[in-house]
Design a protein around this ligand. Structure first.
Ligand code: AMP
Ligand code: GLY
Length: 417
């Protein structure tokens, strides 16, 4: 088989690494890929937003399976374009990708199908929104409706900063057209958890659980990021009563809702939850693997990922047995100094070859000649498996400082529980 992976982050590197283990796969192309994927696949210099270019490439190479990693091409309709061109594709169509492309779309779906979530109101008019300052009290949760690279959620603590937040989103258009519409939500408290699920339109199957660390610095300090580390499984899900509630109150109504609304969702649904006193509520949907959730979930997967993806495309997920390793997994992100704000690119990276007992997944790297250099905010993810979480954690932290580039930093408290 010839497989094409669209994307260039740590998520796409681990997807490529896992796909490369399949005996069915002969050749992998990564579009555009990164310095790490270049070692196991052929990288192709096309933008993930170049739908026509990616489809033309898939046709030219007679790709048997296209896997779309990031949300942007999914929201732009790359899956539909691939399908129209006769290419088998793993990743939801444009209609289903609205679950990530529009916060209001997801809230309407959740309400329509009686799935527990925070109260909300949506707005297209700035003045109308201003009138609702503090409607659910403070802190307020104000979200740009569209894609904003994870930055479009503002949680002001008081009226003055809520006014500023509304102005930023709806008047100043800080997130561009993503702020043409915005929502206000009730502020939920509790513990956050995410569940990644395979979906084939009729069946939803949760993967092993994971725990993300979103803030930049130790002790959950600093700005929100795309994720600074992760571990799997998440101890929160050891509780069978919670598992049962998630199944009956969240997963079943979601798949029934997809069927009722004619949403033929094929791919990964990432469900962000807030759990308080054993009661789960949905915060958000994403329509792809999490990054860096994928870097801990996929190394624990025993089953051939290609088989699962093909089962999703063929609507046969219910026939697919997915098995998992007992070992625990930890990943720690090595980031560029300054991330998630401004940072430098093009800095030489050394020491990766000295790392042992861990997998190093590249997130933002590029090759400049033979030299590996930084090319993003999250640069590398160091992942280890272990019999216990602590064991996996020690393996990562004993190795990570062998890798060096100017300004590199990482959290020290990932999986410390
Ligand atoms: P989202 O992208 O919608 O998940 O929002 C990003 C982050 O904002 C979440 O991971 C939560 O930490 C926080 N958040 C979003 N919605 C709410 C809410 N209704 N109540 C409390 N925190 C929230
Ligand atoms: N790590 C969170 C995300 O992928 O959205």
């Amino acid at each position: 088989m010839k497989v094409m992976v669209v994307g260039s982050g740590g998520r796409e590197h681990v997807l490529t690494w896992k796909i490369a283990q399949s005996p069915k796969v002969d050749q992998i192309y990564c579009v555009p890929g990164n310095g790490g994927m270049a070692g196991i696949a052929q990288c192709v210099a096309l933008s993930v937003e170049d739908i026509d270019g990616c489809v033309a490439f898939a046709k030219e190479k007679e790709i048997d399976l296209a896997i779309i990693g990031p949300e942007v091409p999914l929201v732009l309709g790359m899956a539909d374009a691939m399908t129209e061109a006769g290419i088998r594709v793993f990743g939801p169509n444009k209609k289903c990708a609205q679950f990530e492309g529009s916060k209001a779309f997801t809230k309407e779906f959740l309400l329509r199908h009686h799935i527990p979530t925070a109260k909300y109101k949506e707005y297209t008019d700035y003045e109308a929104m201003l009138k609702d300052l503090g409607i659910y009290g403070y802190p307020m949760v104000i979200k740009a409706d569209g894609l904003a690279a994870g930055k479009g959620v503002l949680i002001p603590e008081d009226e003055a900063s809520a006014r500023d937040a509304m102005k930023e989103i709806m008047a100043d258009k800080k997130f561009g057209t993503a702020g043409d519409k915005a929502v206000i939500e009730e502020f939920l408290t509790g513990t956050e958890a995410s569940i990644l699920c395979f979906v084939d339109g009729k069946t939803i199957v949760p993967m092993e659980s994971a725990r993300d660390y979103k803030r930049a610095h130790d002790g959950d300090k600093g700005t929100n990021t795309g994720g600074m580390g992760n571990y799997s499984p998440n101890a929160l899900f050891d509780d069978p009563a919670l598992k049962q509630r998630i199944d009956t109150e969240i997963l079943t109504p979601i798949i029934e809702g997809f069927k009722a609304d004619g949403m033929d969702f094929v791919g990964v649904l990432f469900i962000g939850l807030m759990i308080k006193d054993g009661v789960p509520k949905v915060l958000e949907f994403n329509v792809r693997f999490g990054d860096p959730e994928a870097q801990v979930v996929l190394p624990r997967m025993e089953t051939d990922l290609v088989d699962i993806m093909e089962a999703c495309i063929d609507g046969k997920l219910d026939k697919c047995q997915i098995s998992w390793k007992k070992e625990k997994a930890v990943t720690v992100v090595l980031a560029s100094g300054g991330y998630p704000n401004a940072y430098q690119k093009g800095l030489p990276i050394t020491g990766i070859d000295d790392v042992s007992g861990c997998e190093v997944f590249h997130a933002g790297t590029a090759l400049r000649g033979d030299q590996l250099v930084t090319n993003g905010g999250r640069v590398l993810c160091v992942t280890a498996l272990g019999d216990t979480l602590e064991n996996a954690r020690q393996k990562v932290y004993h190795q990570i400082d062998k890798i060096q580039f100017d300004g590199a930093f990482h959290r020290n408290d990932i999986a410390k529980i």
